[in-house]
Design a protein around this ligand. Structure first.
Ligand SMILES: C[S@@+](CC[C@H](N)C(=O)[O-])C[C@H]1O[C@@H](n2cnc3c(N)ncnc32)[C@H](O)[C@@H]1O
Length: 342
């Protein structure tokens, strides 16, 4: 449950923020039973992270993964502001573009994830009549948008846009995991994966496509790659970054903590699994990834993964795959591999 979402909805419920209905968009929305306070509006809901989108869809909302481009048509924008500053300013600028003249912007963030800087950010964008409220270790700030600062909006849109990184080697965007660099663990994994990998494989939690691009460049016998991530933006970036390879690629937006039967008989899976959702370290996500990998592999197929040294995945690998090889340990990481025997 997001503390910031509680705080945002509280302002609407108790009337501190005057909710006038009309055309409303909720950017980076998450499910909350009190979202019904927005039901008297023509509501659009946006969420790019599959588990959060799933929860909204299950509650009956129609959700779009992309921010729409119908600028200047909304009466109100609600925004759960992401922690990454570049991403946060990008979302805010996109939200401001969506608003009609005189429309209202209401933003919220946990205090530890940027809540305390919200008012200043909104002021810098030219949002007027700012009010705020701090509760639940989060802050909500709202105001009216008459003459937003176009120069600031342009800057935020350009810095946060999809762009080339690492000398044009990849296309990426702020907000996606490790968006402007190569992850150390993933780089290490590429040094230990055999170049003889072949057949049908998958990159679980593909991000902008670093591991997949490496495999398609170095393992000529790979026929098909499934690149899967819960972040819609990552999936689209991965698709772009792999566009010029001839091998068949399927870039899919999915929650890999649940096995849905879609992937079967794979020859290999590679992964650098996430171990955080939001701020909490959560070993369960990686454990679920391992179980999904097991179900997706053919008998004899193999999983290759990298993990931070302190994360203990060995017992899940031993339980599901019945054996696990530690291929490398060092530099704060370990490379683990396991073969599906039965
Ligand atoms: C440690 S990053 C690795 C990214 C990429 N493979 C790389 O090497 O740069 C883990 C990735 O898993 C994705 N992820 C997080 N939770 C997920 C879930 N439930 N299902 C699928 N992907 C998820 C994240 O969006 C992130 O891109």
């Amino acid at each position: 449950m997001s503390l910031a979402l509680n705080t945002l909805l509280y302002q609407i419920q108790n009337g501190s923020f005057h909710f006038g209905g009309g055309r409303v968009i909720f950017l980076n929305a998450m499910f909350h039973s009190d979202l019904s306070v927005l039901s008297d509006s023509d509501l659009t809901v946006q969420q790019h992270f599959k588990p959060y989108e799933n929860a909204l869809v299950q509650a009956g909302f129609t959700v779009q993964p992309d921010i729409p481009c119908d600028d200047g048509t909304y009466d109100m924008v609600c925004l759960l502001v992401p922690k990454n500053m570049v991403e946060a300013r990008y979302f805010m600028a996109r939200g401001l573009r969506l608003l009609r003249h005189g429309g209202a912007l209401i933003c919220a963030a946990d205090n530890k994830a940027g809540g305390t800087r919200l008012k200043k950010m909104m002021h810098n964008f030219g949002v007027q009549d700012l009010c705020d409220d701090a509760r639940n270790k989060a802050r909500a700030v709202w105001g009216v948008v008459n003459d937003a600062r176009e120069d600031e909006i342009e800057k935020a849109l350009s810095v946060g846009a999809v762009q080339d990184i690492l000398d044009g080697e990849y296309t990426s965007q702020a907000g996606v995991f490790g968006w402007d660099k190569v992850d150390k663990g993933s780089a290490l994994l590429t040094q230990h994966i055999p170049q003889g990998l072949k057949g049908k494989g998958a990159d679980f939690g593909c991000g902008y496509g670093y591991l997949s691009k490496f495999l398609l460049s170095h393992c000529p016998k790979i026929k098909q790659m499934h690149c899967i991530d819960a972040d819609y933006r990552a999936v689209e970036l991965c698709r772009k970054n792999l566009a010029y390879f001839n091998q068949e690629q399927q870039c899919v937006w999915r929650d890999l903590t649940q096995y849905d039967g879609g992937l079967k008989n794979l020859d290999f899976v590679v992964m650098n699994p996430p171990f955080h959702e939001g701020k909490k370290a959560d070993l369960l996500i990686g454990q679920n990834f391992i179980e999904t990998a097991y179900q997706s592999l053919r008998r004899g197929g193999r999983l290759w993964m990298v993990a931070n040294n302190h994360l203990s995945y060995e017992h899940v690998l031993n339980r599901t795959f019945l054996a696990c090889d530690k291929v490398y340990e060092g530099q704060g990481f370990k490379i683990l591999s396991a073969q599906k025997l039965k």
